[in-house]
Design a protein around this ligand. Sequence first.
Ligand code: PLP
Length: 315
Amino acid sequence: MTEPLPATGQPAVLTIAGTDSSGGAGIQADLKTFTAHGCYGASVVTALTAQNTTGVQGVHPIPPDFIQQQIRSVVEDVDIRGIKTGMLFDTDVIHAIVESLSAHYRTSIPSLVVDPVCVSTSGHTLLQPDAIDSMVKELFPLATLITPNKSEAELILSLNETATPIHGLSDMLSAVKKLLECGPQAVLLKGGHVTTTLNDVESVAAINADVKIVRGGLLDENMEILQVAEQDLSQLPLVVDVLYDGTSTTLFVRPRIDSTSTHGTGCTLSAAIVCELVRGHDLVEAVRLATQYTHLGIETAEKIGSGHGPLNHLH
Ligand code: PLP
């Protein structure tokens, strides 16, 4: 899947997130993804959830001082090369994490990917609404990359402006620019909930000379990635993820897979990006590899549970 590990062995990466008792999202998805990428995974739990493929039945937050104790235990002992955050639950948890990371790493924090998890697909609140402001003001400025989906981006942008609905690709291009102003080094706006066609991609590329397009494919019968020809792509609904780093914009374009096995997709994607970054890839290549990994995980998922089951964590 990725290049062989360097002689230095498995780089250690850390997830700071909530658990998912059914194993498809949160800490469990992150650790499976880290292992699949040849990284050593450490974990700091912010909240326990009782959940399955039909939804979240309960949330049991961890006291912030115990979250700090977990962070200290890990970072004082293990050489952590990259960090991702997921479910953060509330403002006190965000303060505690920012305080601990800033105290330990001072100015040289490892690559930090912030997945601004707010609400589960099933509609359960995973971040208290009044904590979004702290996430933006305190955590985003430390982030190498933030990875919001459409509704998270709309929520974050609504803090400063009246509603900013994201209907299509050109709205996504303006949204990434506004999100970058919140302080992260780069923004990946995920397009899973935005309907896009090849026409939209071509119109956006025609107007914006600095936009690069990276195409991904589907699997063939030998599990090889098949580049979808331009003329075929034009017949298909697409998913387009938009990456912006303040200089260039990259569109990751793939055919949309019609599947309900998407539980934990955001967790898996952000975990895979951290792994690819610590393995030395630049941001565009890290996102290309991670979006491809996540996409193939949806394509090869087996049915688990009676509701929205998890994607497959491929090795
Ligand atoms: N549960 C936890 C602990 C999570 O961190 C997340 C997502 O980040 C979810 C659930 C959401 O999963 P989904 O919306 O993909 O079902």
